[in-house]
Design a protein around this ligand. Structure first.
Ligand code: S3P
Length: 430
């Protein structure tokens, strides 16, 4: 599907962005293991989270889903059934990696696969540490790529030092540890989104969270994990498309309601503030285990900045659209320490640089990021998403300040994380 877009005269409105993708996955996956039933509202009915639901159903979990409302009938930590076929994770790295951990300690065989993008992504990052805990799993390319085959076995506790800041790897290990025969201690790069820690703790799991270590005691008593009914906050990664759209447009005011403001996810807000964006946060509150608030952004002149170091895990998914903000800003922006971008749905260093260049932006790839010379005029062009949802939306945001028509190919990719993106964009243009 193609989307044809032109510059917006103005951008105004209030948007309820869809539910957080990371929290939606965890809400169904963890409640499937719970001793009881849970109701989830605000769930993201995007293709990625629907892949998690489909895989769980293949293992006997009853899940009723109607739009953003989901009921999960938990089967307990040891109640899943061997799936009769390959578990298809679609485009979803979170589904595949969290399930790999969850299934490592289940007493049956399972096979995890997905689309061409997912089958090309690195899985050694979970296969290696899961094997170190005693898991028996393998994959193509010496355990580097899916399909992955998991022969469930007893998981041992012990200590593991995380070499990369990845919430998917951290979560896979914690899920494996839930069925382990001894406590598990994780150290190293544990600073990444912490939704797993918050949710497991809220479900009664004994997880001690320190600044440098996580210590998990597998539950002994079969009442754990408790089921957890929750309302999923709006996804800050989705809201960032509107924050950048408002920040780069001279005649704009966009409010996003009920967005997650977990500090492990708000790096994009910090960067936009450093660039000079006009941002107001109101109505800050706690919803369950997660902080949320309403965020309003108005057009303002932006200047270049540096995005690196500890900021990177707090905004890794927002870099494609932050590159659009940087292309519009005055001065240079440097993105560094972000080699993880190469392991996403596409190699986002290559695809972001290539497609933004087609729109007239001046930027160069580096080994671990990109250098963007901001301030030039963008012009419409034929571009493509490469099947990457976040690239499709970043290009749409760029088109709002580009002269002439922009045609985005493979625009349907937005359905992975933001199925109503095109409708919300039309509403904001008025
Ligand atoms: C996610 C973690 C991040 C992120 C992805 C979702 C999660 O990936 O990019 O979109 O839900 O745990 P990594 O853990 O690989 O950094």
């Amino acid at each position: 599907m193609q989307q044809k877009l032109s510059a917006a005269r103005r951008l105004r409105g209030t948007i309820q962005v869809p539910g957080d993708k990371s929290i939606s996955h965890r809400a169904v996956l963890f409640n499937a293991l719970a001793e009881g039933n849970a109701e989830i509202t605000g769930f993201l009915p995007g293709a990625d989270c629907l892949s998690s639901i489909a895989c769980l159903r293949q293992m006997g979990v009853v899940i009723e889903q109607s739009g953003a409302t989901v009921r999960v009938f938990g089967r307990g930590l040891r109640g899943l059934q061997e799936p009769a076929d390959v578990l298809d994770c679609g485009n979803s790295g979170t589904t595949l990696r969290l399930l790999a951990g969850l299934l490592a300690g289940q007493p049956f065989l399972s096979v995890l696969s997905g689309d061409a993008s997912l089958r090309s992504r690195p899985q050694g990052r979970i296969v290696g540490p899961l094997r170190a805990l005693g898991a028996q799993l393998d994959g193509r390319d010496n355990g580097q790529r899916a399909p992955l085959v998991i022969r469930g076995t007893t998981i041992h506790g012990g200590a593991y030092e995380l070499p990369i800041a990845s919430a998917q790897v951290k979560s896979a290990l914690l899920l494996a540890g839930l069925t382990g025969d001894a406590p598990m201690r994780l150290t190293g790069k544990i600073a990444s989104r912490d939704h797993t820690e918050r949710m497991l703790t809220a479900m009664g799991i004994d997880l001690a969270i320190g600044p440098d270590a996580l210590l998990l005691h597998p539950p002994i008593h079969p009442v754990f994990p408790y089921p957890l009914s929750l309302h999923v906050p709006g996804d800050p990664s989705s809201a960032t498309f509107w924050w950048v759209a408002a920040a780069i447009h001279p005649d704009s005011a966009i409010t996003t309601l009920g967005v997650g403001l977990n500090p492990t996810r708000t790096g994009a807000l910090d960067v936009l503030r450093a660039m000079g964006a006009d941002i107001t946060v109101t109505n800050e509150r706690l919803e369950g285990a997660e902080p949320v608030g309403d965020v309003t952004v108005r057009g303002a002149g932006l200047r270049g900045t540096r995005i690196d170091g500890a900021l990177i895990p707090r905004l890794i998914d927002e870099i494609p659209v932050l590159a659009v903000a940087a292309a519009h800003a005055v001065g240079e922006t440097v993105v560094a320490d972000a080699d993880e971008l190469r392991a996403k749905e596409t190699d986002r260093i290559a695809t972001v640089v290539g497609e933004l260049r087609a729109l007239g932006a001046q930027l160069d790839p580096t080994a671990d990021g990109m250098v963007i010379a901001g301030g030039g005029e963008l012009h419409g062009a034929a571009v493509k998403s490469h099947g990457d949802h976040r690239l499709a939306m970043a290009l749409a945001v760029a088109s709002l300040v580009a002269e002439g028509e922009t045609v985005i190919d493979e625009a349907e990719a937005v359905s992975v994380s933001y199925p109503t993106f095109w409708a919300d964009l039309a509403a904001l243009r008025g």
